[in-house]
Design a binder for this molecule. Structure first.
Ligand code: FAD
Ligand code: SF4
Ligand code: SF4
Ligand code: SF4
Length: 383
């Protein structure tokens, strides 16, 4: 019987899924099992679009389509949480299983606190996350640093501190540290992120800690809730998923890697926030002066769920038609979201004027975390 707190190596018994999957296909196998057995009405996950820089959200009701979602897309910077509110009626009328990175998961909790999504109807299959690379940066980095045509790349992965590509004619890896020192690599919010193992999901799945003959062929699954335990138990008993106890050395290695990632996150926070500190408000004022008031930062923020309508509809305290808008536009937004900002990076990623918005709200939130509860990453919900 699988219990909350268990740690296992898991893999799918479906050979087709395993062939396409990142690390043995436990995630895809569990999603397929949940759909086939009507535990959920639909699966909401990510699939490859035009190319591997193009991660596309997809809602699946036919179990045969799950194979299209297998594999990790490290240029998949999108956030699924708000799409559940916008397009799936907040999961109020259907049960959904979702693959979630730490930020997708935190976004769901923030929306649930605001009664915008119904967590009772969502099963969260968490994936550990070392970070994602913006598609534009990835293409530039591959062309300039790897000296490879980005359109010739057939696979990318992040492994043992390197960004690795396979392409027609070979493969190449460059250390993430080196790439980031030169302005490439992961998004800046991801560098500061410390939610590496999403333990507030129902299951937390990743490749860290898988050693021995299962390395690369299985996923390390930490069972984080009763809901997760029940699903994994059923999938295993039905033969959809195979498991074995995680190797104790693997558990220790996973803990060490997670600890090293926390330190790296702290290093980037010191660097980014330190550079901002001398004149935070001056910098905000200067940077936001190129805002074209497109509202993308509001529309795509998982925390900003009600003020968007207020700001767009009534332009409270902001004169209509002014470009750039009065600084009050940004100050109201920061006041509204910074206490809850989850550092998902959507505002910054989707700002057409490249304003480092996540840096500002994350810096303000982190200051608040020194005093207030709950801290970033602690959701205040019990599974
Ligand atoms: P599969 O069966 O291949 O299923 C993969 C699932 O991931 C699918 O449901 C797919 O929709 C979903 N997915 C793919 N790309 C994204 C995306 N960008 N955002 C949200 N969902 C996505 N594990 C670690 O231990 N350490 C790490 O540093 C680490 N970094 C990761 C970074 C990213 C961006 C992703 C997506 C995963 C990362 N993982 C990491 C998890 C690991 O790569 C595997 O996803 C995990 O071991 C499950 O393997 P699997 O074969 O069972 O998954
Ligand atoms: Fe992963 Fe964190 Fe970046 Fe989200 S913010 S993509 S969880 S590193
Ligand atoms: Fe302004 Fe950028 Fe926000 Fe658009 S996304 S409103 S340009 S700050
Ligand atoms: Fe994410 Fe930006 Fe909203 Fe913070 S303010 S939660 S980084 S979109």
């Amino acid at each position: 019987m699988v219990k909350k707190g268990d740690m296992v190596y898991a893999w799918t018994s479906d050979a087709d899924l395993a062939a396409k999957a990142e690390c043995g296909g436990a995630v895809s196998g569990i999603l397929k099992f949940a759909l086939e057995n009507k535990i959920v009405d639909a699966v909401f996950a990510i699939k490859k679009g035009q190319d591997l820089y193009d991660a596309v959200p997809t809602l699946i009701t036919d179990p045969a389509e799950i194979k299209n979602t297998a594999g990790s897309l490290h240029c998949g910077t999108l956030l699924l949480s708000k799409l559940v509110k916008k397009y799936l009626d907040g999961a109020n009328n259907m049960k959904i299983a979702m693959t979630v990175k730490g930020c997708d998961m935190m976004g769901l909790y923030e929306l649930a606190k605001r009664k915008q999504v119904n967590l009772d109807n969502i099963v969260m299959i968490g994936v550990n996350c070392g970070g994602t690379v913006s598609p534009v940066t990835a293409r530039k980095m591959i062309r300039e640093k790897f000296e490879v045509d980005p359109d010739k790349v057939t696979k990318e992965e992040i492994d043992k501190g390197q960004f690795i590509i396979e392409y027609e004619g070979g493969h190449k890896g460059i250390s993430i540290d080196e790439l980031e020192d030169e302005g490439f690599g992961r998004r800046t919010n991801c560098r500061r992120c410390k939610l590496k193992v999403p333990r507030q999901a129902d299951l937390a799945c990743g490749n860290w800690g898988v050693i021995g003959d299962k390395a690369g062929k299985a996923t390390f699954v930490e069972v984080c809730s009763e809901k997760g335990a029940d699903l994994l138990d059923k999938a295993e008993k039905a033969g959809a998923i195979k498991t074995e106890a995680a190797n104790p050395k693997g558990i220790a290695i996973r803990g060490k890697v997670e600890g090293a990632m926390f330190k790296l996150g702290d290093k980037w926070r010191r660097k980014d926030f330190g550079a901002l500190a001398p004149g935070l408000w001056d910098t905000i004022n200067k940077e936001t002066s190129r805002c074209i008031k497109c509202y993308s930062c509001i529309e795509n923020c998982p925390v900003c769920s009600t003020l968007a309508e207020d700001l767009i509809g009534k332009s409270l305290m902001v004169t209509g038609g002014e470009i750039p808008p009065n600084p009050m536009f940004h100050l109201r937004r920061f006041a509204h979201i910074s206490d809850s900002c989850i550092n998902c990076g959507q505002c910054e990623e989707l700002c057409p004027m490249d304003i480092p918005l996540a840096l500002f709200s994350h810096a303000i939130r982190t200051e608040g975390d020194n005093v207030f509860e709950a801290k970033l990453g602690e959701v205040g919900y019990k599974n």
